[in-house]
Design a protein around this ligand. Structure first.
Ligand code: ARG
Length: 283
């Protein structure tokens, strides 16, 4: 008789996913607005409801706390309407910090604001970047390897800096659809061997890289990618994702993850979702 170890398989026979507590950095959307357009989602003539944005952001913050994660807060700087998108502020792995360097002048000062936060918080290894990189928007950690998107924002040459600082191999992925201008709009790392992605946002080489890297790949449908469904955060078990991405939520649940929907519709007007508002601090 074979006995199934209860800690390996869930009741339904699906591999049981395991959550681990995370630490995040977030920036309140006090100055959030769409006052310029640097991606196809942004239309400055379509107003943002500031109060609603703050309430949606606060729900996201509370969701993380309820899931047992820590949330640190960086003070928002007036005149930087996209600073709420903390994912772009840096990349933090093993307590080391690679600062961000933004492609567009409108966001340039965010790089310094985030670097200052890390220095003041006592981080020792804080690197000022040479090449353009928009933090975790394009740089995703996948346990012993880093995935780096390029094509719209982060320069392909940022790869060397990432490898050198973190001592991890970097897999480059070219983004080909301007709607998915940051890697975290088209790919979500769910755990070390599982990811969800939108195939049409990558070229053939990128799709092949992802297929060789992840044992399990969930393919998001057009309608879920189009509501920024892949802009999600996994703790290994819970996946916080846009509430509008119902199909993707069902696909995740079928694979043993627990979808946790949040409504960040005000932020999609700027081309952002829950993951964009969240920077993981990995010690
Ligand atoms: N309006 C911002 C920009 O275009 C949105 C950033 C979204 N952040 C992200 N991690 N994808 O730069």
């Amino acid at each position: 008789m074979t006995v199934t170890a209860p800690d390996v398989l869930g009741q339904d026979g699906l591999a049981r996913r395991k959550a681990s507590a995370r630490s995040y950095l977030m920036c309140p959307p006090k100055h959030f607005a769409v006052s310029y357009a640097i991606n196809p989602w942004m239309h400055p003539d379509r107003p943002v409801d500031a109060e609603r944005a703050m309430a949606q952001w606060d729900e996201l913050r509370k969701t993380f706390l309820l899931l047992g994660h820590q949330v640190h807060i960086i003070d928002p700087v007036p005149g930087l309407p996209d600073m709420v998108f903390a994912a772009n502020g840096a990349t933090v792995i093993g307590g080391k910090v690679l600062g961000a360097r933004f492609l567009y002048a409108e966001r340039a000062a965010e790089g310094t604001a985030y670097l200052d936060w890390f220095r003041q918080d006592g981080y020792q290894a804080v690197r000022v970047p040479k090449f353009v990189n928009e933090g975790e928007g394009d740089i995703l950690y996948a346990d012993r390897v880093v995935l780096a998107g390029h094509g719209f924002r982060t320069q392909a040459s940022a790869r060397e800096e990432i490898e050198e600082l973190f001592g991890l191999p970097v897999l480059s992925l070219r983004l080909v659809d301007p709607r998915y201008y940051h890697l975290d709009t088209a790919l979500c790392v769910l755990d070390s061997s599982t990811a969800a992605y939108y195939p049409a946002a990558f070229d053939d080489a990128g799709r092949a890289t992802l297929a060789s890297q992840f044992a399990e790949l969930i393919e998001a449908k057009d309608e879920d990618a189009e509501v920024l469904g892949l802009n999600a955060i996994s703790d290994g078990h819970h996946v916080v994702l846009p509430a509008q991405a119902r199909g993707l939520a069902a696909q995740l649940a079928a694979k043993g993850f627990e979808p946790v929907p949040v409504d960040l519709s005000e932020f999609s007007k700027a081309g952002g979702g829950p993951k964009c508002c969240t920077l993981e601090l990995r010690s």
